[in-house]
Write a protein that binds this ligand. Sequence first.
Ligand code: ATP
Ligand code: MG
Length: 428
Amino acid sequence: MATQIQAIRGMNDILPSQSPLWQYVEHHIHEVLSAYGYSELRTPLVESTDLFKRSIGEVTDIVEKEMYTFADRNDESITLRPEGTAGAVRAALQQGLLHNQVQRLWYMGPMFRYERPQKGRYRQFHQLGLECFGMAGPDIDAEVIILTARLWRRLGIDKAVSLQLNSLGTPESRKAHREALIAYLEKHQDKLDADSQKRLYSNPLRVLDSKNPETQAILTDAPMLLDYLDDESKQHFEQLKALLSAAGIEFEVNPKLVRGLDYYSKTVFEWVTDELGAQGTVCGGGRYDGLVEQLGGKPTPAVGFGMGIERLILLLETLKVVPETVYNHVDVYLVAAGENITAYAFQVAETIRNNVPGIRLQMNCGGGSFKSQMKKADKSGAHIAIIIGENELQEGTVAIKPLRGEGAQQVMSLPEATAWVAEQSFAE
Ligand code: ATP
Ligand code: MG
């Protein structure tokens, strides 16, 4: 036999047994987004490499070591998107979505990063992204956070996630902090991890983001950006905190929170959980007022977040908060055993589908004895079997058999059976 080809390391198949959970999560995400009036933006999975270099920043984990970058057949350098903000800004600018208007946009789909695969960290993973343009105040920062909190409640995980908040101020306020931070880090230079030593002068703020415990210990007494904030950023931050408190959203100010991309300003936040080990950040985002201009547009305030869908799903599974019914995908199984029965079986199946909107009816295909079809009916998870044999064919009737719990088999005309199915709770 020929050797089998395997999937690319760190890139997962989402199997039929798992996709109901994905659809369940996506369904709730869609409903929450629609409740706030957000619109979907779909952008290509690949963009010019320069777009990511210019937006994310050269001295970041993503650009330095995580991008899937290729030369295409025309020798242009293209990159599989490692995140969605850059592409969203590129599209918004290119398509004129930012002329004198505000936008509340979202997207969901795969992102690609060449990382070491482990639980909650993959090379192809999925994000929900939100990007809001044209609103400078803390109200929209609060809205995107309040929106995520609603999603946590709907999914039943609100007790397991907590909100961390910080402000990075403006680029000007970061300059003063940067000098103080470099001066502090120089004193501990030899004890910093390799990446942090390398970034000490090129991007010292990134050092705060280090996951190395020794580096983190050194940072305890490092100068904090919060102490260097300009008045406007300070006021923005205070107002945001007040809005969140008034909305009943708890948070913790974490002065070391900086996020892994260069484009943030003012508000940054993360929703974190203790349930997923090292991969505890489920959602991260903030304000990026400089990015649109940096990519060639007019100065445009913006705020957004990225949410890791795999981590969200792992959390739902860990907390066991997924309703069992999510995995059912068949309400009615149609058993058809006998000679020349198939055309009548289709007639029954289509009549019920026509008259019972939303019904999930699976018809037996591939033949088989009555007994083996009943086994399939049971395995399908259906609540009832509709059974037709030669008698039913001749009389134009069907037999209905409840598969879970009580209830005897009944024979009915097709219109009666259709009405009976429509009355069942699963047909709502
Ligand atoms: P981390 O610190 O865990 O590497 P990050 O800061 O690189 O995360 P972002 O770029 O902010 O992550 O992406 C937003 C979210 O996307 C993360 O909070 C996480 O939930 C998810 N995410 C990021 N990278 C991965 C990955 N390789 N596999 C799965 N999910 C990921
Ligand atoms: Mg990362």
